[in-house]
Unconditional design. Structure first.
Length: 124
């Protein structure tokens, strides 16, 4: 079971890092593409850029703070065998179920590892 917990910790750290990289890339890409795409519009019509680009940045920071950083912390906690880490990873794994297909697989694996560990500790 320890091997599965180690794999789970590594997967959560990698998942969190990919989320951070993806959000930074998305923000940078949209910050470059949107002004180019809307550059031909009149000044009065460019009002949409005034709120879309900050909104995209806000969503990126929100996802990073709410999901990516806790994933890295939870993965590190699982690797360090902290008691609180499996609970954090379980909660994050439930959120990852909605991210098809890789997040769904990671969420199912998280639930399986958690239940197996909980079953072994209660029957031991």
């Amino acid at each position: 079971m320890e091997a599965h917990k180690r794999i789970l910790g590594i997967l959560f750290i990698v998942s969190g890092m990919f989320q951070i990289i993806g959000m930074i890339f998305l923000t940078a890409l949209l910050s470059v593409i949107l002004p180019l795409a809307f550059g031909h519009l009149d000044f009065k019509e460019q009002w949409v850029l005034v709120w879309i680009i900050p909104f995209v940045r806000f969503i990126s920071v929100f996802v990073i703070v709410l999901f990516a950083i806790p994933s890295i912390i939870g993965g590190w906690g699982v690797l360090q065998e902290k008691k609180w880490a499996m609970t954090l990873v379980l909660v994050l794994g439930c959120f990852k179920l909605f991210s098809f297909p890789i997040g769904t697989a990671l969420g199912i694996y998280t639930i399986w590892v958690y239940t197996e560990e909980h079953r072994r500790t209660t029957h031991a």
